[in-house]
Design a protein around this ligand. Structure first.
Ligand code: PSU
Ligand code: MN
Length: 306
């Protein structure tokens, strides 16, 4: 495949990938559809800086004028964060976004695909998509889960939000053969809170052991991703009652307004932030920073021989 036809990789990232240096991929739907301006830009810049301080290279991934960009300049990030016509690009949207020369924020699914193409094995996000509540009626299951089942990238996240159906999401991941590792936790975290009442597959306490598990999986030829669940720090977590109330209210509104398809997640995120007076956004930002730190450490460890 001639990647250069559709994809631009920044020089510094290209060099690091060639030398098997530590590179951490970052998604961009969180910038275009997950947070408002200017917090989206501030967060994106700070995440990159956290990763650099840990000795790894950040690779923010987005679609700009129909090209996949691996690594954005600060100016590109600034323009992207303020974009008004940016579409949300999941796996199925990639061909359209490129052929129609759109600007697009890549979801976890699309970012995994682009990371894999570029040769990046570690990817940091806030929360992955999952099986939506009421999926037995709507069939709404995020493309992120399908991608996790087939694309060889480890995804560091703070679990999934309870806007989603957590137990069904975990069942789906199990069926698809996706390891779900809890970093220093036995419980799968629920994004805004450290616990969900559901267990991870296995607890691992060091970045080195996580990197070794990734290596073993792929050396065995077992294709697909891994979910590395890193709970938000307790001091940044939300009150369970407050967040559950906001989630319940936003879900009800979404259903009353008939919001469906790819609009569901952005709608819920914005409403929850409004209903919690911005508290949920603060937690969201803090957990992304926490994930960046772990992702950089895993990427560094992955570069070593075991
Ligand atoms: N969760 C968040 N913030 C986000 C998303 C999820 O806290 O911005 C985004 C991610 O890009 C994720 C996508 O991949 O939403 C999932 O959307 P959907 O449910 O439509 O697949
Ligand atoms: Mn969906």
């Amino acid at each position: 495949m001639e990647l250069g036809k559709w994809m631009d990789i920044s020089e510094e990232i290209q060099d690091s990938i060639k030398e098997k240096g530590p590179v951490v991929a970052l998604e961009s739907t969180i910038i275009s559809h997950g947070m408002p301006f200017p917090q989206n830009l501030e967060t994106a810049l700070e995440v990159e800086s956290i990763i650099r301080k840990e000795g790894a290279l950040p690779a923010t991934i987005a679609v700009i004028e129909g090209r996949i960009k691996i690594g954005l300049s600060n100016l590109e990030l600034e323009q992207f964060a303020q974009g008004t016509k940016t579409v949300k690009v999941s796996s199925r949207d990639l061909p359209l976004a490129l052929s129609q020369k759109q600007d697009g924020g890549t979801t976890v699914a699309a970012t995994m695909i682009c990371s894999r193409m570029a040769g990046i094995s570690v990817f940091v996000t806030g929360g992955i998509g999952g099986v939506h509540r009421g999926s037995e009626k709507t069939m709404d299951i995020s493309g992120d889960l399908m991608e996790l089942s087939r694309t060889n990238v480890a995804v560091v996240c703070a679990g999934i939000k309870s806007i989603l159906d957590i137990p069904r999401t975990l069942e789906y991941l199990e069926t698809q053969g996706v390891p779900v590792i809890g970093y220093r936790t036995d419980e799968f975290p629920a994004f805004y809170t450290t616990t969900s009442g559901y267990s991870v597959q296995s607890r691992i306490n060091t970045a080195e052991e996580i990197a070794r598990c990734m290596k073993v999986k792929w050396e065995l030829g077992l294709d697909g991703g891994l979910v590395i669940a890193n709970p938000v720090l307790p001091e940044d977590a939300m009150d369970e009652v407050v967040i559950e109330e906001a989630i319940a209210k936003s879900l009800k509104e979404a259903s009353e307004k008939g919001i469906d398809g790819k609009a569901v997640t952005p709608f819920l995120l914005e409403r929850i932030s409004q209903l919690t007076d911005g508290e949920s956004l603060k937690t969201n930002i803090a957990l992304v920073f926490n994930n960046a730190l772990l992702g950089a450490r895993i990427a560094s460890a992955y570069g070593h021989e075991f």
